[in-house]
Design a protein around this ligand. Structure first.
Ligand SMILES: Cc1cc2nc3c(=O)[nH]c(=O)nc-3n(C[C@H](O)[C@H](O)[C@H](O)COP(=O)(O)OP(=O)(O)OC[C@H]3O[C@@H](n4cnc5c(N)ncnc54)[C@H](O)[C@@H]3O)c2cc1C
Length: 424
Protein backbone atom coordinates (compact mmCIF):
# COMPACT_ATOMS: atom_id res chain seq x y z
CA UNK A 1 0.00 0.00 0.00
CA UNK A 2 1.21 3.50 -0.83
CA UNK A 3 1.27 6.25 1.79
CA UNK A 4 1.34 10.04 1.64
CA UNK A 5 2.53 12.25 4.50
CA UNK A 6 0.34 15.32 4.85
CA UNK A 7 2.05 18.68 5.34
CA UNK A 8 1.55 20.44 8.65
CA UNK A 9 -0.86 23.35 8.19
CA UNK A 10 -2.74 25.98 10.15
CA UNK A 11 -6.51 25.55 10.24
CA UNK A 12 -9.28 27.82 11.52
CA UNK A 13 -10.78 27.22 14.96
CA UNK A 14 -14.46 27.78 14.23
CA UNK A 15 -15.99 27.13 17.65
CA UNK A 16 -15.13 26.78 21.30
CA UNK A 17 -17.99 25.22 23.24
CA UNK A 18 -18.87 23.60 26.54
CA UNK A 19 -20.33 20.44 25.04
CA UNK A 20 -19.76 19.15 21.53
CA UNK A 21 -21.98 16.35 20.29
CA UNK A 22 -20.76 14.41 17.26
CA UNK A 23 -23.57 12.76 15.30
CA UNK A 24 -27.27 13.57 15.56
CA UNK A 25 -29.04 10.20 15.71
CA UNK A 26 -31.40 9.46 18.62
CA UNK A 27 -28.37 9.39 20.96
CA UNK A 28 -26.69 12.56 19.71
CA UNK A 29 -30.02 14.39 19.66
CA UNK A 30 -30.70 13.31 23.26
CA UNK A 31 -27.26 14.44 24.39
CA UNK A 32 -27.53 17.85 22.72
CA UNK A 33 -30.99 18.51 24.15
CA UNK A 34 -29.86 17.67 27.67
CA UNK A 35 -26.68 19.77 27.51
CA UNK A 36 -28.54 22.68 25.92
CA UNK A 37 -31.33 22.60 28.48
CA UNK A 38 -28.73 22.63 31.25
CA UNK A 39 -27.42 25.93 29.96
CA UNK A 40 -24.30 24.62 28.24
CA UNK A 41 -22.98 26.25 25.09
CA UNK A 42 -23.73 23.21 22.94
CA UNK A 43 -22.92 22.37 19.32
CA UNK A 44 -24.10 19.30 17.42
CA UNK A 45 -22.12 18.30 14.33
CA UNK A 46 -23.74 15.98 11.78
CA UNK A 47 -22.24 14.55 8.59
CA UNK A 48 -25.63 14.30 6.87
CA UNK A 49 -28.12 16.94 5.82
CA UNK A 50 -30.62 16.50 8.64
CA UNK A 51 -30.99 15.71 12.31
CA UNK A 52 -32.02 12.23 13.43
CA UNK A 53 -29.60 9.62 12.07
CA UNK A 54 -31.33 6.30 11.48
CA UNK A 55 -34.61 7.61 12.90
CA UNK A 56 -35.00 10.07 9.98
CA UNK A 57 -32.41 9.74 7.20
CA UNK A 58 -32.41 5.98 7.80
CA UNK A 59 -36.12 6.07 6.82
CA UNK A 60 -37.12 4.25 9.98
CA UNK A 61 -40.60 2.85 10.42
CA UNK A 62 -41.03 3.11 14.18
CA UNK A 63 -39.38 3.41 17.57
CA UNK A 64 -39.22 -0.13 18.83
CA UNK A 65 -39.05 -1.37 22.41
CA UNK A 66 -39.43 1.27 25.07
CA UNK A 67 -37.68 3.14 27.86
CA UNK A 68 -38.70 5.11 30.92
CA UNK A 69 -37.30 8.46 29.76
CA UNK A 70 -39.14 11.81 29.75
CA UNK A 71 -37.33 12.95 26.60
CA UNK A 72 -38.50 9.91 24.62
CA UNK A 73 -42.10 10.50 25.76
CA UNK A 74 -41.81 14.17 24.78
CA UNK A 75 -40.59 13.31 21.27
CA UNK A 76 -43.46 10.86 20.72
CA UNK A 77 -45.97 13.41 21.99
CA UNK A 78 -44.61 16.28 19.92
CA UNK A 79 -44.46 14.18 16.76
CA UNK A 80 -48.12 13.25 17.26
CA UNK A 81 -49.15 16.86 17.98
CA UNK A 82 -47.31 18.13 14.89
CA UNK A 83 -48.98 15.52 12.72
CA UNK A 84 -52.38 15.80 14.41
CA UNK A 85 -52.66 12.15 15.44
CA UNK A 86 -52.54 9.98 18.54
CA UNK A 87 -49.13 9.50 20.22
CA UNK A 88 -47.77 6.25 18.78
CA UNK A 89 -44.28 4.97 18.11
CA UNK A 90 -44.66 5.13 14.30
CA UNK A 91 -42.36 7.61 12.60
CA UNK A 92 -42.96 10.09 9.83
CA UNK A 93 -39.29 10.96 9.13
CA UNK A 94 -40.13 14.41 7.70
CA UNK A 95 -42.22 15.37 10.74
CA UNK A 96 -39.70 13.90 13.16
CA UNK A 97 -36.94 16.04 11.60
CA UNK A 98 -39.04 19.15 12.25
CA UNK A 99 -39.70 18.11 15.84
CA UNK A 100 -36.00 17.50 16.47
CA UNK A 101 -35.08 20.86 14.92
CA UNK A 102 -37.63 22.79 16.96
CA UNK A 103 -36.56 21.12 20.18
CA UNK A 104 -32.86 21.80 19.51
CA UNK A 105 -33.65 25.44 18.74
CA UNK A 106 -35.65 25.76 21.97
CA UNK A 107 -32.68 24.34 23.88
CA UNK A 108 -30.34 26.88 22.19
CA UNK A 109 -28.24 24.17 20.58
CA UNK A 110 -26.09 25.26 17.63
CA UNK A 111 -26.36 22.92 14.63
CA UNK A 112 -23.70 22.20 12.02
CA UNK A 113 -24.86 19.96 9.15
CA UNK A 114 -22.91 18.40 6.25
CA UNK A 115 -19.86 18.23 8.49
CA UNK A 116 -17.82 15.11 9.18
CA UNK A 117 -15.80 14.79 12.37
CA UNK A 118 -12.60 13.29 11.05
CA UNK A 119 -10.14 13.45 13.92
CA UNK A 120 -9.60 14.41 17.54
CA UNK A 121 -7.35 16.92 19.25
CA UNK A 122 -5.72 15.17 22.21
CA UNK A 123 -3.74 16.40 25.18
CA UNK A 124 -2.28 13.28 26.77
CA UNK A 125 -5.33 11.05 27.31
CA UNK A 126 -7.88 13.90 27.24
CA UNK A 127 -9.91 14.88 24.17
CA UNK A 128 -9.77 18.65 23.82
CA UNK A 129 -11.51 19.09 20.51
CA UNK A 130 -12.11 17.70 17.05
CA UNK A 131 -11.10 18.24 13.45
CA UNK A 132 -13.99 18.64 11.04
CA UNK A 133 -14.20 18.43 7.24
CA UNK A 134 -16.88 20.15 5.19
CA UNK A 135 -17.50 22.34 2.17
CA UNK A 136 -15.64 25.02 4.16
CA UNK A 137 -12.55 22.83 4.33
CA UNK A 138 -10.69 21.40 7.29
CA UNK A 139 -11.39 23.22 10.57
CA UNK A 140 -11.07 22.73 14.31
CA UNK A 141 -13.52 22.91 17.22
CA UNK A 142 -12.53 22.97 20.88
CA UNK A 143 -14.86 21.63 23.55
CA UNK A 144 -14.76 21.06 27.29
CA UNK A 145 -16.62 17.76 26.95
CA UNK A 146 -17.52 15.65 23.93
CA UNK A 147 -20.33 13.14 23.48
CA UNK A 148 -19.80 10.54 20.78
CA UNK A 149 -23.16 10.01 19.08
CA UNK A 150 -21.76 8.77 15.78
CA UNK A 151 -23.20 5.27 16.10
CA UNK A 152 -19.86 3.72 15.13
CA UNK A 153 -17.97 5.62 17.83
CA UNK A 154 -15.69 7.46 15.40
CA UNK A 155 -14.56 9.95 18.05
CA UNK A 156 -13.82 7.33 20.67
CA UNK A 157 -11.90 5.24 18.11
CA UNK A 158 -9.78 8.22 17.05
CA UNK A 159 -9.06 9.07 20.67
CA UNK A 160 -7.54 5.64 21.18
CA UNK A 161 -10.33 4.13 23.27
CA UNK A 162 -10.23 0.35 23.19
CA UNK A 163 -12.98 -1.51 21.33
CA UNK A 164 -13.88 -4.78 19.69
CA UNK A 165 -15.96 -5.19 16.57
CA UNK A 166 -19.13 -7.31 16.25
CA UNK A 167 -19.55 -10.72 17.87
CA UNK A 168 -16.95 -11.65 20.49
CA UNK A 169 -16.22 -15.09 19.00
CA UNK A 170 -15.41 -14.09 15.42
CA UNK A 171 -15.93 -10.34 14.91
CA UNK A 172 -18.93 -10.91 12.65
CA UNK A 173 -21.42 -8.03 12.66
CA UNK A 174 -25.17 -8.00 12.19
CA UNK A 175 -26.16 -7.60 8.51
CA UNK A 176 -26.84 -4.17 7.02
CA UNK A 177 -30.05 -2.99 5.36
CA UNK A 178 -31.12 -0.13 3.14
CA UNK A 179 -34.64 0.81 4.22
CA UNK A 180 -37.16 1.81 1.54
CA UNK A 181 -40.80 2.77 1.18
CA UNK A 182 -43.40 1.61 -1.28
CA UNK A 183 -46.61 3.38 -2.27
CA UNK A 184 -49.80 2.07 -3.86
CA UNK A 185 -50.51 -0.53 -1.15
CA UNK A 186 -54.14 -1.56 -0.63
CA UNK A 187 -54.39 -1.16 3.16
CA UNK A 188 -57.77 -2.90 3.28
CA UNK A 189 -56.00 -6.20 2.42
CA UNK A 190 -52.36 -5.50 3.22
CA UNK A 191 -50.36 -7.71 5.59
CA UNK A 192 -47.72 -6.34 7.98
CA UNK A 193 -45.34 -9.03 9.26
CA UNK A 194 -43.48 -7.02 11.91
CA UNK A 195 -40.89 -9.62 12.97
CA UNK A 196 -39.16 -12.69 11.56
CA UNK A 197 -41.38 -14.73 13.83
CA UNK A 198 -44.64 -13.26 12.55
CA UNK A 199 -46.00 -15.76 10.07
CA UNK A 200 -48.64 -14.77 7.55
CA UNK A 201 -50.65 -17.46 5.77
CA UNK A 202 -51.64 -16.50 2.22
CA UNK A 203 -53.38 -18.38 -0.60
CA UNK A 204 -49.90 -19.14 -2.02
CA UNK A 205 -48.34 -20.26 1.27
CA UNK A 206 -46.74 -18.76 4.38
CA UNK A 207 -45.06 -15.44 3.49
CA UNK A 208 -41.73 -15.84 5.34
CA UNK A 209 -41.23 -19.29 3.79
CA UNK A 210 -42.15 -17.97 0.36
CA UNK A 211 -39.55 -15.21 0.75
CA UNK A 212 -36.93 -17.70 1.91
CA UNK A 213 -37.65 -19.88 -1.13
CA UNK A 214 -38.04 -17.18 -3.78
CA UNK A 215 -35.72 -14.28 -2.95
CA UNK A 216 -32.01 -14.47 -3.84
CA UNK A 217 -29.91 -14.88 -0.65
CA UNK A 218 -28.96 -13.14 1.54
CA UNK A 219 -32.45 -11.69 1.04
CA UNK A 220 -35.20 -14.01 2.25
CA UNK A 221 -37.44 -12.45 4.91
CA UNK A 222 -40.43 -10.12 5.00
CA UNK A 223 -40.65 -7.14 7.37
CA UNK A 224 -43.35 -4.59 6.47
CA UNK A 225 -44.51 -1.67 8.60
CA UNK A 226 -47.56 0.58 8.20
CA UNK A 227 -47.23 4.37 8.09
CA UNK A 228 -49.69 7.22 8.61
CA UNK A 229 -49.50 8.09 4.91
CA UNK A 230 -52.28 6.38 2.94
CA UNK A 231 -51.01 3.48 0.81
CA UNK A 232 -47.40 3.83 2.00
CA UNK A 233 -45.47 1.02 3.71
CA UNK A 234 -41.90 0.93 5.07
CA UNK A 235 -39.89 -2.15 4.02
CA UNK A 236 -37.01 -3.61 5.99
CA UNK A 237 -36.18 -6.37 3.50
CA UNK A 238 -32.87 -5.65 1.79
CA UNK A 239 -30.04 -7.61 3.40
CA UNK A 240 -26.25 -7.67 3.04
CA UNK A 241 -23.91 -9.74 5.21
CA UNK A 242 -20.22 -9.44 6.11
CA UNK A 243 -20.06 -5.66 5.71
CA UNK A 244 -17.99 -3.62 8.13
CA UNK A 245 -19.80 -0.30 8.62
CA UNK A 246 -16.54 1.42 9.53
CA UNK A 247 -14.99 0.63 6.14
CA UNK A 248 -16.02 2.92 3.28
CA UNK A 249 -15.54 0.24 0.62
CA UNK A 250 -17.92 -2.07 2.48
CA UNK A 251 -20.47 0.71 3.01
CA UNK A 252 -20.40 1.55 -0.70
CA UNK A 253 -20.61 -2.08 -1.81
CA UNK A 254 -23.47 -2.89 0.54
CA UNK A 255 -25.41 0.28 -0.34
CA UNK A 256 -25.26 -0.55 -4.06
CA UNK A 257 -26.09 -4.22 -3.50
CA UNK A 258 -29.09 -3.39 -1.31
CA UNK A 259 -30.36 -0.77 -3.73
CA UNK A 260 -30.20 -3.30 -6.55
CA UNK A 261 -32.12 -5.86 -4.45
CA UNK A 262 -35.18 -3.60 -4.30
CA UNK A 263 -36.47 -4.47 -7.80
CA UNK A 264 -36.56 -8.17 -6.96
CA UNK A 265 -38.23 -7.50 -3.60
CA UNK A 266 -40.96 -5.43 -5.22
CA UNK A 267 -41.56 -8.17 -7.81
CA UNK A 268 -41.84 -10.64 -4.91
CA UNK A 269 -44.35 -8.39 -3.12
CA UNK A 270 -46.42 -8.03 -6.32
CA UNK A 271 -46.61 -11.79 -6.67
CA UNK A 272 -46.98 -13.02 -3.09
CA UNK A 273 -48.01 -10.30 -0.60
CA UNK A 274 -51.76 -9.58 -0.37
CA UNK A 275 -52.43 -5.86 -0.87
CA UNK A 276 -49.05 -5.20 -2.53
CA UNK A 277 -50.01 -6.26 -6.09
CA UNK A 278 -49.66 -2.69 -7.40
CA UNK A 279 -47.05 -1.29 -5.03
CA UNK A 280 -44.20 0.82 -6.39
CA UNK A 281 -40.89 2.17 -5.10
CA UNK A 282 -41.37 5.55 -3.46
CA UNK A 283 -38.15 6.36 -1.61
CA UNK A 284 -34.89 4.81 -0.38
CA UNK A 285 -33.05 5.87 2.76
CA UNK A 286 -30.28 8.48 2.63
CA UNK A 287 -28.37 6.75 5.40
CA UNK A 288 -27.25 3.14 5.05
CA UNK A 289 -28.65 0.99 7.86
CA UNK A 290 -25.64 -0.21 9.85
CA UNK A 291 -26.76 -2.28 12.84
CA UNK A 292 -23.52 -3.08 14.62
CA UNK A 293 -19.86 -2.08 14.50
CA UNK A 294 -17.64 -1.06 17.44
CA UNK A 295 -18.30 -1.96 21.07
CA UNK A 296 -16.07 0.15 23.34
CA UNK A 297 -14.53 -1.01 26.57
CA UNK A 298 -16.17 1.05 29.28
CA UNK A 299 -15.75 1.27 33.03
CA UNK A 300 -18.68 -1.19 33.05
CA UNK A 301 -20.04 -3.51 30.35
CA UNK A 302 -23.69 -4.43 29.90
CA UNK A 303 -24.28 -8.15 29.37
CA UNK A 304 -27.07 -10.40 28.14
CA UNK A 305 -27.64 -11.53 31.76
CA UNK A 306 -28.11 -7.96 32.97
CA UNK A 307 -31.00 -7.77 30.52
CA UNK A 308 -32.61 -11.18 31.04
CA UNK A 309 -32.44 -10.67 34.81
CA UNK A 310 -33.66 -7.06 34.42
CA UNK A 311 -30.90 -5.92 36.79
CA UNK A 312 -31.47 -2.72 38.68
CA UNK A 313 -28.11 -0.95 38.98
CA UNK A 314 -27.89 1.71 41.72
CA UNK A 315 -25.81 3.83 39.36
CA UNK A 316 -28.38 3.60 36.54
CA UNK A 317 -28.42 6.27 33.88
CA UNK A 318 -31.16 4.58 31.81
CA UNK A 319 -34.14 2.87 33.38
CA UNK A 320 -37.20 0.94 32.26
CA UNK A 321 -35.45 -0.15 29.06
CA UNK A 322 -37.23 -2.93 27.24
CA UNK A 323 -36.75 -4.69 23.93
CA UNK A 324 -35.79 -8.17 22.73
CA UNK A 325 -32.62 -9.83 21.41
CA UNK A 326 -32.95 -8.60 17.85
CA UNK A 327 -30.04 -10.50 16.32
CA UNK A 328 -30.47 -10.74 12.57
CA UNK A 329 -28.93 -13.81 10.97
CA UNK A 330 -25.21 -13.02 10.65
CA UNK A 331 -24.81 -15.39 7.72
CA UNK A 332 -28.10 -15.07 5.82
CA UNK A 333 -31.70 -13.95 6.11
CA UNK A 334 -34.14 -14.00 9.03
CA UNK A 335 -33.39 -14.25 12.73
CA UNK A 336 -30.07 -15.54 14.07
CA UNK A 337 -30.33 -18.67 16.21
CA UNK A 338 -29.24 -16.59 19.23
CA UNK A 339 -32.01 -14.04 18.63
CA UNK A 340 -35.51 -13.85 20.12
CA UNK A 341 -38.13 -11.38 18.95
CA UNK A 342 -41.78 -12.23 19.69
CA UNK A 343 -40.53 -15.19 21.78
CA UNK A 344 -38.49 -12.95 24.11
CA UNK A 345 -40.01 -13.56 27.55
CA UNK A 346 -38.53 -10.97 29.94
CA UNK A 347 -41.26 -8.41 30.40
CA UNK A 348 -39.56 -6.24 33.04
CA UNK A 349 -37.50 -3.22 32.07
CA UNK A 350 -33.75 -3.18 32.76
CA UNK A 351 -31.29 -0.45 33.70
CA UNK A 352 -27.92 0.60 32.25
CA UNK A 353 -25.16 1.75 34.62
CA UNK A 354 -23.14 4.94 34.18
CA UNK A 355 -19.87 3.07 33.60
CA UNK A 356 -21.16 1.79 30.23
CA UNK A 357 -20.86 5.27 28.70
CA UNK A 358 -17.42 6.08 30.16
CA UNK A 359 -14.68 4.81 27.82
CA UNK A 360 -11.70 3.32 29.61
CA UNK A 361 -8.48 5.33 29.39
CA UNK A 362 -9.89 8.50 27.78
CA UNK A 363 -10.91 11.73 29.52
CA UNK A 364 -13.54 14.36 28.60
CA UNK A 365 -15.42 11.89 26.40
CA UNK A 366 -18.72 10.03 26.79
CA UNK A 367 -20.12 7.25 24.64
CA UNK A 368 -23.80 7.11 23.71
CA UNK A 369 -26.29 5.10 21.67
CA UNK A 370 -25.25 1.90 19.97
CA UNK A 371 -21.50 2.42 20.63
CA UNK A 372 -21.60 2.07 24.45
CA UNK A 373 -19.82 -0.69 26.34
CA UNK A 374 -21.87 -3.84 25.96
CA UNK A 375 -21.63 -7.36 24.63
CA UNK A 376 -22.80 -8.36 21.16
CA UNK A 377 -25.97 -9.89 22.66
CA UNK A 378 -26.75 -6.96 24.97
CA UNK A 379 -26.20 -4.58 22.04
CA UNK A 380 -28.88 -6.38 20.02
CA UNK A 381 -31.31 -5.11 22.66
CA UNK A 382 -30.12 -1.61 23.65
CA UNK A 383 -29.60 -0.63 20.00
CA UNK A 384 -33.36 0.13 19.87
CA UNK A 385 -33.80 3.86 19.28
CA UNK A 386 -35.75 4.77 22.46
CA UNK A 387 -32.95 3.25 24.55
CA UNK A 388 -30.27 4.98 22.44
CA UNK A 389 -32.07 8.30 22.94
CA UNK A 390 -32.12 7.79 26.71
CA UNK A 391 -28.41 6.88 26.67
CA UNK A 392 -27.65 10.10 24.82
CA UNK A 393 -29.84 12.11 27.18
CA UNK A 394 -27.87 10.87 30.18
CA UNK A 395 -24.55 11.40 28.40
CA UNK A 396 -25.55 15.03 27.76
CA UNK A 397 -26.58 15.48 31.40
CA UNK A 398 -23.31 13.95 32.62
CA UNK A 399 -21.25 16.12 30.27
CA UNK A 400 -23.05 19.25 31.50
CA UNK A 401 -22.64 18.32 35.17
CA UNK A 402 -18.97 17.64 34.62
CA UNK A 403 -18.50 21.13 33.12
CA UNK A 404 -20.65 22.85 35.78
CA UNK A 405 -18.95 21.13 38.69
CA UNK A 406 -15.49 21.36 37.11
CA UNK A 407 -14.88 17.66 37.63
CA UNK A 408 -13.97 14.77 35.35
CA UNK A 409 -16.81 12.78 33.81
CA UNK A 410 -15.78 9.89 36.07
CA UNK A 411 -16.27 12.05 39.16
CA UNK A 412 -19.82 13.16 38.31
CA UNK A 413 -22.31 12.24 41.04
CA UNK A 414 -24.65 9.67 39.45
CA UNK A 415 -27.48 10.72 41.78
CA UNK A 416 -27.31 14.16 40.14
CA UNK A 417 -27.55 12.56 36.68
CA UNK A 418 -30.59 10.57 37.84
CA UNK A 419 -32.26 13.67 39.30
CA UNK A 420 -31.84 15.60 36.06
CA UNK A 421 -32.90 12.57 33.97
CA UNK A 422 -36.24 12.59 35.78
CA UNK A 423 -36.76 16.34 36.14
CA UNK A 424 -35.06 18.15 33.25
C1 LIG B 1 -31.92 -1.32 9.08
C2 LIG B 1 -32.16 -0.99 10.51
C3 LIG B 1 -33.44 -1.07 11.02
C4 LIG B 1 -33.68 -0.73 12.35
N1 LIG B 1 -34.96 -0.76 12.83
C5 LIG B 1 -35.23 -0.19 14.01
C6 LIG B 1 -36.57 0.01 14.42
O1 LIG B 1 -37.52 -0.34 13.72
N2 LIG B 1 -36.78 0.63 15.61
C7 LIG B 1 -35.76 1.01 16.42
O2 LIG B 1 -36.03 1.57 17.49
N3 LIG B 1 -34.48 0.80 16.07
C8 LIG B 1 -34.19 0.24 14.88
N4 LIG B 1 -32.89 0.07 14.49
C9 LIG B 1 -31.79 0.39 15.41
C10 LIG B 1 -31.52 1.89 15.47
O3 LIG B 1 -31.87 2.54 14.28
C11 LIG B 1 -30.06 2.23 15.79
O4 LIG B 1 -29.48 1.29 16.64
C12 LIG B 1 -30.03 3.62 16.44
O5 LIG B 1 -30.50 4.57 15.51
C13 LIG B 1 -28.66 4.00 16.92
O6 LIG B 1 -28.72 5.33 17.36
P1 LIG B 1 -27.41 6.22 17.39
O7 LIG B 1 -27.86 7.60 17.70
O8 LIG B 1 -26.41 5.55 18.26
O9 LIG B 1 -26.83 6.13 15.90
P2 LIG B 1 -27.43 6.58 14.48
O10 LIG B 1 -28.90 6.60 14.48
O11 LIG B 1 -26.75 5.71 13.48
O12 LIG B 1 -26.91 8.06 14.32
C14 LIG B 1 -25.54 8.37 14.15
C15 LIG B 1 -25.45 9.74 13.51
O13 LIG B 1 -24.09 10.16 13.49
C16 LIG B 1 -23.74 10.66 12.21
N5 LIG B 1 -22.30 10.43 12.06
C17 LIG B 1 -21.66 9.24 11.98
N6 LIG B 1 -20.34 9.42 11.93
C18 LIG B 1 -20.12 10.75 11.97
C19 LIG B 1 -18.96 11.56 11.96
N7 LIG B 1 -17.73 11.02 11.96
N8 LIG B 1 -19.11 12.91 11.99
C20 LIG B 1 -20.35 13.48 12.04
N9 LIG B 1 -21.49 12.75 12.05
C21 LIG B 1 -21.38 11.41 12.04
C22 LIG B 1 -24.61 9.86 11.25
O14 LIG B 1 -24.77 10.55 10.03
C23 LIG B 1 -25.90 9.75 12.06
O15 LIG B 1 -26.75 10.85 11.85
C24 LIG B 1 -32.61 -0.31 13.18
C25 LIG B 1 -31.31 -0.23 12.67
C26 LIG B 1 -31.09 -0.56 11.34
C27 LIG B 1 -29.70 -0.45 10.81
Amino acid sequence: MEFYTEKQRKIKVVANVDVLVAGSGPAGFGAAIAAGRMGMKTLIVEQGGCIGGMSTSGLMSHFTGTVDCPLYREVIKRQAETEGREPKEYINPEILQLVYLKMLREANVEIMLYTFVSDVIMENDAVKGVIIESKSGRQAIFAKRIVDGTGDGDIAAKSGAEFFIGRESDGKMQPVTLMFKVGGVDYSRAVFPHSFESLVETAKGELQSLAHKNLTPPMGHVLLYPTYTPGVVTCNMTNYIDANGTNVEDITKSKIACQLQITEIIQFLHKYAPGYEKCYLLETAQQMGIRETRHFMGEKTLTENDITEAREFDDWIVKGAHFNFDVHNLTGSGLDKTGAQDKFTQKKGYTIPYGCIIPKGVENLLLSGRNISGTHMAHSNYRAMPICMALGYSAGIAAALSVKNACTVRAVDVKEIQKNYCEL
